[in-house]
Design a protein around this ligand. Structure first.
Ligand SMILES: C[S@@+](CC[C@H](N)C(=O)[O-])C[C@H]1O[C@@H](n2cnc3c(N)ncnc32)[C@H](O)[C@@H]1O
Length: 222
């Protein structure tokens, strides 16, 4: 089996896992190979989100960013590489993934916990200037309603960036995200900065043979 096929197998296991436990067990198994396999596929979303976040957010030594569903710390590493000067915390449900992130010495705090719609993040409200959530808003991972939870930890004026995958299978999930966003906009909690399609992987999708796109959402807390 080629390296690309192996990487697609790992992606399919987590993206189409039947239960949250199955998804979590697959990440535990994948953690040590995650970076290498996603590099093989040319995983673009962390880079795209980090660029969007820094375009619209502050970047000083006291700026604070929370990486939600931080995984092995790809966003943190990229933020550092592009000249982010501030503080970063990682929040991640899977201990094995978080352990890889910890080994990179990027984040100030490593919070091992899951984000769920009915459970507040046990961090002070209004604490962060930025929130980045790459690759974690999908079926079997974070519920679509978790958008509100991401916003909760932002300071007024803070910026949240996240993505969904633009596949046919994930259409219903994207519609739920859109409804959650609409509610937050209507209630005057957030305003749209940008929503756009960007390439998710450089390698064409194994199932469709087409480019896989991500929908990238950039919103400011009011
Ligand atoms: C595709 S990985 C993305 C990791 C990293 N952000 C990146 O882009 O490389 C998805 C991550 O979300 C985590 N995750 C899944 N469900 C979660 C939840 N409810 N709360 C927090 N993290 C979750 C997984 O354990 C996994 O590390």
């Amino acid at each position: 089996m080629s390296d690309i096929d192996k990487a697609w197998d790992s992606v399919s296991k987590v993206a189409y896992g039947e239960t949250k436990k199955e998804v979590n067990d697959s990440y535990t198994e994948w953690a040590k190979k995650y970076d290498e396999e996603l590099d093989t596929l040319g995983y673009q979303t962390p880079e795209n989100l980090v660029r969007e976040l820094l375009k619209h957010s502050k970047n000083t030594e006291t700026t604070t960013i929370l990486d939600v569903g931080a995984g092995t710390g790809k966003c943190g590493k990229l933020l550092k590489n592009v000249g982010y000067k501030g503080i970063m915390d990682a929040l991640e449900i899977n201990g094995a993934m978080l352990e890889v992130a910890r080994s990179k010495n990027i984040y100030r705090n490593h919070v091992e916990m899951g984000v769920f719609p009915d459970k507040e993040i046990p961090l002070e409200h209004g604490l962060y200037d930025g929130v980045v959530c790459a690759g974690s808003m999908l079926h079997g991972h974070m519920e679509a309603e978790c958008v509100a939870t991401l916003i909760q930890v932002l300071k007024p004026g803070g910026v949240a960036v996240w993505n969904t995958r633009d596949t046919e299978k994930e259409k219903e999930y994207r519609e739920k995200v859109a409804r959650s966003v609409e509610q937050l906009v209507k209630s005057g909690e957030i305003e749209k900065i940008d929503v756009k399609a960007m390439q998710h992987y450089k390698t064409n999708c194994r199932e469709t043979g087409d480019k896989m796109m991500a929908i990238v959402y950039v919103y400011r807390k009011l």
